[in-house]
Ligand binder design. Structure first.
Ligand SMILES: [Zn+2]
Length: 66
């Protein structure tokens, strides 16, 4: 029997909530990016990027269903 580590969510699957820095596609400077998984009936994945240097923004914000 195999034992898993402590990173599995009690709900049954592992949810990612990841923030990282990636080069901005517009100006090339470091921009904030994210990849967030949310269990909202089904599993939704939000990804996006936002650059504070040039204002470039793209993608989805978790919880923003408007
Ligand atoms: Zn930029």
């Amino acid at each position: 029997m195999r034992a898993y580590g402590g990173c599995i969510e009690p709900g049954g699957w592992e949810l990612d909530d990841e923030r990282y820095v990636t080069p901005c596609p517009k100006c090339g400077k470091p921009a904030d990016a994210w990849r967030v998984e949310k269990a909202e009936g089904s599993l939704n994945v939000y990804t996006g990027i936002r650059c504070d240097h040039c204002g470039y923004e793209r993608g989805d914000h978790p919880g923003d269903n408007g």
